[in-house]
Design a protein around this ligand. Structure first.
Ligand code: LMR
Length: 394
C-alpha cells in the first residue's frame, strides 16, 4: 500500500520554516511563517495565558471528554468576541476545532456535505492552505481578483466583477481582517457591498478570521464581518485563537455556522458535531479553556487586551519604520503601502528571483511570493531588510 504513495507537495510556508532553521548564519532574519515575535525574536506566552493556565492547573478537577462541539462556554465567549453582542444566537451553530485551520477544514467539509456541487471562490492570492484543503476535499475552486499589485491595494472593481459571475449557492471565502498574504483589507462600506452581493446572488460567505486584534483593534477588526453577519441569511465563520492569544500549538479555533432560521439550528449544530466526531472526535480543550477563562474574567481580559494592543501597535510602528527606511533609500513613496496595510503580512512585490537573492545575500527569509511577516522585524533589522530590498532591485 505505502509503496503506491505519491510524494505530497510541500506547504511553501512550512518548507520555508525548515529552510530558515537549517541556515547556519547568525544574522538571518525570519519573515516567513505567521507567528508574532517580540523585539528579541521570542514568541512569548502572554501574561493572561500564563495566569489562566495556573488557574486551570489549580482548579481543574477532571480531564474527561467535553462535548463533540467542545465546551459551549468557550464557543459562547469566543463568538461574542468575534461577532459582538448583536449576534443572532438562535441561528448560530458552533463547534470548537483544532485551530483556525481546523475551522476551515470543518467548514469546507460542511459545505461539501450540504452542497457538493457548489464552487468555492478564493481571493487571488490567498493563504495557500485554503486551495490545498479544498483540492484535497474535491471541492471545485475558482478565484476572484483581490489585489492590485501596482497600487498595493484591494482591486475592488475586479473583485466585484468576478464575484458577480458566481452562481447561487457558491461559497465565497473572505479574510475577516489582516488579509493573508496581502495585508490589504476591505473597508466597512465594501463589506456592506459584499453582503448585499451575497444576498442578491444567493452566495454564502465563509469568513476566515485569524488575526482579530492585529489590525486596527479587536472591535474594528471585526466590524466588517459583523456588518456582513447582520445582513446575510447564511454564513460560515472560522475563528482562530492562535495569533491573538499566542497559543499556536494548543490548536484553538471555532467554526460558526449562521443558519437561515432558528428552526434549522439543530440540524446544523448536529452536522458540526457529527463532522467533529468523524474527523477527530472531541476537539482539543486546553487552549479553549484558557481562552474562555481569560474572556470571562475581567482582570485577565483587561490584561490580555493590553498586551495584545502593545503587540498591535508594535507592528504598526514597524510598518511605519520600514516604509520610512524605504522612502529614504529609494527617494520615492513606492513602498508607502507598507504603512497602510494591516496585520502581520504585506506582499512586497518582489519577484521570486529577488526573494531568492535576499535570502542568499542577506539571510532574509520571506515566502516566495514576497509575503513579509512584519512581526519578524525589530528596530535593528528594519534597515537590514530595507537595504536588502534595495540591493535586490525590488
Ligand atoms: C501563516 O500563514 O504563516 C500562518 O497562518 C501559519 C500557517 O499555518 O501557515
Amino acid at each position: 500500500m505505502l509503496n503506491a504513495l505519491a510524494e505530497q507537495p510541500p506547504d511553501k510556508i512550512l518548507a520555508l520554516m525548515a529552510a530558515f532553521a537549517a541556515d547556519p548564519r547568525a544574522a538571518k532574519i525570519d519573515l516567513g511563517v505567521g507567528v508574532y515575535k517580540d523585539a528579541t525574536g521570542q514568541t512569548p506566552v502572554m501574561r493572561a495565558v500564563k495566569a489562566a493556565e495556573r488557574r486551570l492547573v489549580a482548579d481543574q478537577t477532571t480531564k474527561t471528554y467535553t462535548g463533540l462541539a467542545g465546551d459551549p462556554a468557550f464557543a459562547e465567549a469566543l463568538s461574542l468576541l468575534v461577532l459582538g453582542p448583536a449576534t443572532p444566537a438562535d441561528r448560530l451553530a458552533m463547534a470548537a476545532t483544532p485551530g483556525g485551520t481546523g475551522a476551515i477544514r470543518q467548514g469546507l467539509e460542511l459545505m461539501r456535505m450540504a452542497a457538493p456541487e457548489a464552487t468555492l471562490w478564493l481571493s487571488d492570492p490567498t493563504w495557500p492552505n485554503h486551495p490545498a484543503i479544498a483540492k484535497y476535499l474535491g471541492i471545485p475552486v475558482r478565484t476572484y481578483r483581490y489585489f492590485d499589485a501596482e497600487a498595493g491595494a484591494v482591486d475592488w472593481d475586479g473583485m466585484m466583477a468576478d464575484l458577480g459571475g458566481a452562481a447561487p449557492g457558491d461559497v465565497v471565502m473572505l479574510h475577516g481582517c489582516c488579509h493573508n498574504p496581502t495585508g490589504a483589507d476591505l473597508t466597512r462600506d465594501q463589506w456592506r457591498d459584499v453582503a448585499e452581493l451575497c444576498v442578491a446572488r444567493g452566495l454564502i460567505p465563509f469568513v476566515d478570521i485569524a488575526y482579530q486584534g492585529f489590525g486596527d483593534g479587536l472591535e474594528a477588526d471585526a466590524a466588517g464581518l459583523r456588518e456582513l453577519v447582520a445582513r446575510v441569511p447564511e454564513a460560515l465563520i472560522g475563528a482562530s485563537c492562535s495569533k491573538n492569544f499566542g497559543i499556536y500549538r494548543e490548536r484553538t479555533g471555532l467554526l460558526m455556522a449562521l443558519a437561515p432560521s432558528p428552526a434549522r439550528l439543530g440540524i446544523v449544530q448536529g452536522a458540526l458535531a457529527s463532522l467533529n466526531r468523524l474527523n477527530f472526535s472531541f476537539p482539543p480543550d486546553h487552549g479553549a479553556r484558557v481562552v474562555q477563562t481569560i474572556l470571562t474574567d475581567d482582570a485577565l481580559r483587561a490584561d490580555w487586551k493590553a498586551e495584545l494592543e502593545a503587540v498591535r501597535t508594535g507592528m504598526r510602528e514597524l510598518r511605519e519604520q520600514l516604509a520610512l527606511a524605504l522612502r529614504e533609500r529609494t527617494g520615492s513613496d513606492r513602498f508607502g503601502f507598507l504603512a497602510a496595510h494591516r496585520g502581520m503580512f504585506s506582499l512586497l512585490g518582489a519577484s521570486p528571483a529577488q526573494v531568492e537573492a535576499m535570502r542568499r545575500d542577506h539571510g532574509v527569509y520571506m515566502v516566495g511570493d514576497s509575503r513579509t511577516n512584519i512581526a519578524g522585524l525589530n528596530r535593528e533589522t528594519v534597515p537590514v531588510l530595507a537595504d536588502a530590498i534595495v540591493a535586490a532591485g525590488v
